[in-house]
Write a protein that binds this ligand. Sequence first.
Ligand SMILES: C[S@@+](CC[C@H](N)C(=O)[O-])C[C@H]1O[C@@H](n2cnc3c(N)ncnc32)[C@H](O)[C@@H]1O
Length: 369
Amino acid sequence: MKTKRFTPFKISRLDSLGQGVSKVSEKVVFIPKTLKGDEGEAEVMSEKKGVIFGKIKTLELKSHNRIEPQCVHFKDCPSCHYLHTSYGHELSIKKESFENLFRKIPLPEVEVVGAPQRLFYRNRVQLHYSLKSKLLGMRDPHTFEITPIPNCLIGLPEVLNEVKKLYDNNAWIRLAPPGPLEGHVEIYLREGKIKTSWNKSYAEGGFTQVYEEMNAELKKIITNQFSHSTIHGLLDLFGGNGNLSKDLSFKHRLCVDVYSKTTPETDDFMNLNLYNEKALERIQNKLLKKTDFQLSHLLLDPPRSGFKDLQKWLMVLKPRFVAYISCDPHTMARDLTGLSDYSFSRSILMDFFPSTFHFESIIFLERKE
Ligand SMILES: C[S@@+](CC[C@H](N)C(=O)[O-])C[C@H]1O[C@@H](n2cnc3c(N)ncnc32)[C@H](O)[C@@H]1O
C-alpha cells in the first residue's frame, strides 16, 4: 500500500478553477474547497513537475469567509466549488478571476449579474456509473473516482426527484443498459417532461442552457443592448436552435450551428462546422444569395474551445456590432486579445452556474469608425 503524504498549507489566493493556492515552501500546492486565509494540512493526492494537488486533511485556521455548506456532499463532490462561502463572496471571487484573465484587454468595468437562486436551478444533471464498483454519482475529472450524491441540491426539484428514484434501492443498477460496465446517465427536463438518457452524448436532443431564468436574463440584455441600433442583418454563430436571436427584431438573420438532427437547413439556418477552414467562405456565399442582406450585427456563442479565428472573421465580415458570449473566459480572452478595429462597449459576468467555478460572460464590441 502507498504511504500517504501530507503538506502544510496557507492559502494566499484562489485560481480560476476555484482552487486555493498555497506556497509555504518551494512547492506550489493547489487545494480545492479552501479560501484565502485558510491554513492547515493537506493530503498530497498527486504531484507533477513540483506542483502538488492536495485535499484538506485538517483546517487549523479558517478564513473569515467560511460558512457551513448547505449540501451534505460538498466535502467530497467534485461538482460544486463554493458552497463553503456566501453567494456574495462567490460572486466576488468570480469577478476577480474574470478581471485577472482580461488584465491586458481594455474592458469597461465588469458588471455582475448574480443568479436568483444558488441551488435547485439545473434543468440537466449528468451522473456517471460503474457496475464494477456499484457506484453512481459525480465523477472527479482527475481521479475518475465516483462520489454518490443522492441528496444533491443543484438540480430543479423535478430533476432531483428523478435522481432520488435512481438511488432508491439502487434502482439504477437494474435500469442501466446491458453491455458497458461503466457509463453515464443524463436526467433532464425538456418542455415540462422529465427524460432520462443512458450513454448518449451530452445534451441529447440539442444544446439548451441549464439555467432557464438566467437564459431569459441574457436574452433581455442582448435585446436592450442591440435596441440602440437597427439590425439589418444578423449572423448568429454557434446559434443552436436560434435561442439568442429568435426574439430580436431584425430584417434578416442567418443562424449557424453544426448540430442539426432536429433542425434542417433552411433559408435562415445553416448546418456547418464553424471550425472548418472553408466555413467563412461558405457563409459569405450563402449571404450573397440572400437578397438585400447587409450584415450589421454578429452574435457569437461558441463552446468552451472558443473561436480563435474571430479576428480574421471580423476583418472579412466587418459587422458594426458584436456580442461575444462565452462559457470559458480563458478562450474568450485569447480570442479578444489584440483586436484593434473594435472598442469594448460593455462586459458582463452572468452567473449561469452558481456554486461552481463556471460562469458565462458577454462582451459587446463596436467597430471603430
Ligand atoms: C454554448 S452553445 C450555444 C448555443 C446557442 N447560442 C444557445 O444559446 O442555445 C454552443 C453551440 O455551438 C455548437 N457547436 C459546437 N461545435 C461547433 C462547430 N464546430 N461548428 C458549429 N457549431 C458548433 C453546439 O452545437 C452548440 O449549439
